[in-house]
Design a protein around this ligand. Structure first.
Ligand SMILES: Cc1cc2nc3c(=O)[nH]c(=O)nc-3n(C[C@H](O)[C@H](O)[C@H](O)COP(=O)(O)OP(=O)(O)OC[C@H]3O[C@@H](n4cnc5c(N)ncnc54)[C@H](O)[C@@H]3O)c2cc1C
Length: 494
């Protein structure tokens, strides 16, 4: 008899766990509360347009352990086209002045030096830090299961980045950029605006540029939904069971051993192992009733800053809007969209680079802005409808301010709020990537096991500050590696 693994949640972490579980011969069931898989890695269709929610960039499109995971889980295969944008974002300040973020570091360095020759030394130092962080090579195996020789070789290869870890591991972007004392006021303002007022880890920011420079963080044509569909196809083809529209309310525990799950309708599903790839807060505080918390977990959920939720207004446009940049960020901090003050600006993503998003001759432009959870938490249903209407009006006005020619071309407008994200995925406080990577927590991952609870693992974005798709995919794989170890099986990826 195969041992049974029940996985709560069919997002990227749950799908990854499901695939590796089947590859290793476990009887596997994913229980997902929504009608489709993918979790936050999703999109929705309106009048022939597809409005993508998640995928801007996927670390591991070219090489490394994340690349292995994407290949093993069918996220990447021979028919998936990857785009490495030359320009990451064009940032505009409130006077309309442009600042370009190139993905190629040499090109960006040259551009910055031309923009601010007086800061050449500082710019070169910053780009050199970014280049050095290319030595970062994420571990492919989880803590406790690493081959000591491989781990030592990997550490050796990462020596140049160790210096960066020591220097900047506990620094915020504010401190890091502040230390350069940029003389050019535009440069200073643009860097300040990119990370905003929060404590965003300098190292996380630096590493992001290294991924782009290596062309190892591309965009997959088709975007988020086809990505989740490819994973689901692989899971089902391997014989995995998928139960959708079923919500887990409790993890069943006997003598501190997890024994399965109870659903909202009170049916129970028995299991030899339970993996929760659902929202971290709900898993720990509700499904397990707050019984297995550690000091570290309590501290994280009480004190670590979260990603601010976002509002997404998607427009279906009858026409093509040419652009050389996939994303434009307008830093207009005192603008209001509905009730939200756009403290960290608002962006327009023009999907003309991905023709699968709209019928021929048409295109999709998506506006996104951060909107603090406190504005949404206690909103009454009627207020909510009015707020969505107001957001659509304000967003439309802003779109037309920047693209006046689109006046008669907007065929569809669709508003998704932080409450939409919570309704469909259960994500805590609408925090779409979990804990913000800060100067205090960047290297402080949350373990996937809980002391005192056997046969239970966690996976997903909440285990790693910074969240995102790669940790989600990797933590699903790691959970099965641990289970294989418990079962004394050698772990297989094929
Ligand atoms: C606008 C936006 C842009 C993003 N851009 C990027 C990007 O460019 N690159 C990147 O790497 N990441 C990006 N992310 C983040 C990324 O989408 C998430 O970090 C990742 O998808 C999280 O995966 P997960 O499986 O951990 O969690 P989720 O996707 O939250 O999946 C959890 C799943 O569990 C299910 N579930 C929850 N509770 C229950 C329950 N009680 N019973 C049954 N099922 C349950 C949910 O329905 C969901 O399917 C973005 C996210 C957003 C919203």
């Amino acid at each position: 008899m195969e041992k049974k693994v029940v996985i709560i949640g069919g997002g990227v972490a749950g799908l990854s766990a499901g695939i590796y579980s089947r590859l290793n011969g476990f009887d596997t069931e994913i229980i997902e509360m929504h009608s489709i898989t993918g979790g936050q890695c999703t999109a929705w269709k309106r009048k022939g347009y597809r409005f993508d929610y998640c995928l801007h960039w996927l670390v591991g499109t070219r090489k490394g352990p994340f690349n292995d995971i994407w290949k093993e889980t069918n996220v990447l295969n021979d028919s998936v086209r990857i785009i490495d944008h030359e320009i990451h974002t064009k940032v505009f300040n409130s006077n309309g002045k442009e600042f370009i973020i190139y993905t190629n570091l040499n090109r960006w360095e040259k551009y910055l030096c031309e923009l601010a020759p007086e800061d050449e030394a500082a710019i070169k130092k910053m780009c050199s830090d970014m280049r050095k962080s290319e030595f970062l090579s994420p571990y492919s195996d989880p803590p406790g299961l690493r081959n000591p020789f491989k781990a030592a070789a990997s550490m050796l290869g990462m020596l140049p980045i160790m210096v960066l870890f020591m220097k900047y591991g506990k620094k915020s972007c504010k401190d890091y950029y502040g230390s350069f004392n940029f003389k050019n006021s535009d440069l200073k303002t643009f860097f300040d605006s990119m990370y905003g007022t929060r404590d965003f880890s300098a190292l996380a920011f630096i590493m992001m540029f290294a991924w782009f420079n290596q062309k190892n963080a591309g965009y997959l044509v088709g975007g988020s939904l086809p990505m989740a569909e490819r994973m689901t196809e692989k899971y089902l083809a391997l014989g995995g069971k998928l139960s959708t529209r079923k919500r887990v309310k409790k993890i069943l525990v006997e003598n501190n051993i997890s024994k399965g799950v109870a659903l909202d309708d009170d049916t129970q599903v028995a299991a030899d192992y339970v993996i929760s790839a659902a929202d971290g807060h709900n898993t720990l505080f509700n499904m397990l009733g707050g019984k297995y918390l550690t000091k570290k977990i309590k501290n994280a959920y009480d004190n670590w800053e979260l990603f601010t939720p976002i509002v997404q207004v998607s427009f279906g446009i009858n026409g093509i809007v040419p652009s050389d940049s996939p994303n434009e960020l307008h830093m207009v901090p005192d603008c209001k969209i509905g009730r939200t003050k756009t403290t960290n600006g608002y962006s327009f993503m023009n999907y003309q680079f991905d023709p699968t998003m709209a019928p021929d001759g048409k295109s999709v432009i998506v506006m996104r802005f951060e909107s603090p959870w406190e504005l949404w938490n206690d909103m009454k249903p009627e207020e909510y409808e009015n707020e969505k209407t107001k957001i659509e009006e304000d967003a439309r006005a802003l779109l037309l301010k920047h693209y006046p020619d689109l006046k008669d071309s907007i065929e569809v407008a669709d508003v998704a709020t932080p409450l939409t994200d919570v309704r469909y995925t259960g994500v805590w406080k609408g925090s779409y990537e979990g804990f913000l990577p800060s100067s205090k927590n960047l290297m402080d991952n949350i373990p996937p096991t809980l002391p005192g609870l056997k046969k239970f693992y966690m996976a997903g974005q909440w285990l790693f500050p910074g969240g995102g798709l790669p940790p989600a995919g990797q933590s699903g794989k790691w959970a099965i590696q641990y289970i294989c170890k418990e079962e004394k099986k050698s772990f297989r990826t094929k």
